[in-house]
Design a protein around this ligand. Structure first.
Ligand SMILES: Nc1ncnc2c1ncn2[C@@H]1O[C@H](COP(=O)(O)OP(=O)(O)OP(=O)(O)O)[C@@H](O)[C@H]1O
Ligand SMILES: [Mg+2]
Length: 381
């Protein structure tokens, strides 16, 4: 049965936009325009998640949340607050009142959906035994080198970390030449080969983290490609399976930075991925190569629904194909467009501070964050 979102807001425009958005995603919606009305409704009905405006006439969102937390029926129902940008102190108060998450108005719908999905997923997970938890694998690949796969993998992983703090692992699976650690300014990172020597099963997350992963100050966890070419040779299909087997139960998302290859062990990683981000640039050579990659993915029985074409719109020159032309050429919709940012993106590479971690919300950062939230909502529940 579809989950029901209960939206409480006195702004009728917001109420109808939210209703439309949630319903078009298959949710059912209950509406209330005041705290009092919401309390009336929950006497007879328990939704799966609440979306509450903080400022309501009469009983405000905070008070309403405290009231919901006091009642047995609604105690465990997640609450997401909508707060104004000018009310930073509300965030703390919201958590104190028992809220689980918040979104600042004017909000990005994709972010709101991602956060609501996340709360519902966490609620379902809490109800299930820990062993049943399965992290989602996001494979970032492309048909050619230099298309921006590492840039996207790193920044997407950091954007997902905003949503799932401590729950995201980035694995540099460009085993031969991958040096994603440089982008994250991690000079001495732990390598995937050490994890693969682990013999145990059902490992505790803390153990995996402390023993095998490198912490990044953002809350992201990182696993590096081998530094020695001899070690690269030891990683085949079985090792790829084993790696995901060890990481999946412990984390919400595992992001892979893959090379442009469909040989083993990359083939296995692509086969096991829940989402495949195919990075393309707006040039004919990349598009032709991408056609072959898409054919290979079909051959590997990867369903089209999990293939997300991301147009990294760089470099764009006077005769670059348009977004529509790219989609038409590949026969698939474009899931996201990342704008070129020649001022910040290459500079971030040198400074070890990826754009998503910098204070400016540039169009590049906005696009990456939107893409991350989109992935978070389409990942299998
Ligand atoms: N949107 C963008 N705007 C500006 N520069 C970009 C953008 N995306 C990537 N770049 C730059 O393009 C170069 C290649 O990017 P990146 O290293 O991420 O590609 P890659 O596909 O991982 O390459 P490799 O084959 O070396 O692994 C880098 O210098 C990066 O800073
Ligand atoms: Mg790379």
């Amino acid at each position: 049965m579809a989950d029901t979102v209960m939206v409480v807001d006195d702004d009728l425009d917001i109420l109808s936009i939210l209703t439309f958005t949630f319903e078009s995603r298959g949710y059912r919606v209950r509406k209330a325009t005041s705290g009092e009305e919401a309390l009336q409704v929950v006497r007879k009905f328990t939704p799966d998640v609440f979306v509450l405006d903080v400022t309501l006439p009469g009983i405000d969102g905070m008070e309403l949340c405290r009231e919901l937390r006091a009642q047995a029926r609604t105690r465990h129902v997640p609450v997401l607050f909508l707060t104004g940008r000018d009310q930073p102190e509300m965030v703390v108060q919201g958590f104190e009142a028992g809220g689980d998450d918040y979104v600042v108005k004017p909000f990005n719908m994709q972010e709101l959906l991602a956060r609501v999905e996340n709360l519902l997923r966490r609620k379902q997970e809490a109800a299930r035994p820990a062993a049943a938890r399965e992290g989602q694998v996001v494979a970032v690949t492309g048909a050619r080198g230099g298309t921006g796969r590492t840039t996207l993998a790193v920044n997407l992983a950091l954007a997902l970390t905003r949503l799932w703090t401590g729950e995201v692992v980035l694995v540099d699976t460009n085993l031969e030449f991958g040096r994603a650690a440089v982008l994250l300014d991690l000079p001495d990172p732990r390598e995937v080969t050490a994890l693969l020597q682990e013999q145990g099963e059902d490992l505790e997350r803390d153990y995996v983290e402390e023993t095998y992963l490198s912490p990044h100050p953002s809350g992201l966890h990182f696993l590096a490609a081998p530094l020695s070419p001899a070690d690269v040779e030891t990683i085949g299909q079985a090792e790829a399976e084993r790696m995901l087997h060890l990481l999946r139960p412990a984390y919400q998302a595992i992001v892979l930075d893959l090379p442009p290859s469909i040989r083993e062990p990359y083939r296995t990683l692509l086969r096991l991925a829940d989402q495949i981000v195919v990075v393309v640039n707006p040039d004919i050579l990349t598009l032709v190569a991408t056609q072959s990659l898409l054919q290979s993915l079909t051959m590997l029985e990867v369903p089209n629904e999990i293939v997300q074409i991301v147009l990294n719109d760089h470099p764009r020159v006077f005769n670059s194909p348009s977004q529509e032309e790219v989609a038409k050429f590949l026969g698939l919709p474009i899931a996201g467009v990342i704008p070129a940012d020649a001022a910040n993106v290459p500079a971030a590479l040198n400074s070890g501070r990826p754009p998503v971690l910098q204070p400016e919300e540039t169009p590049f950062v906005e696009a990456v964050v939107r893409m991350a939230y989109y992935l978070a909502t389409v990942m299998r529940r």
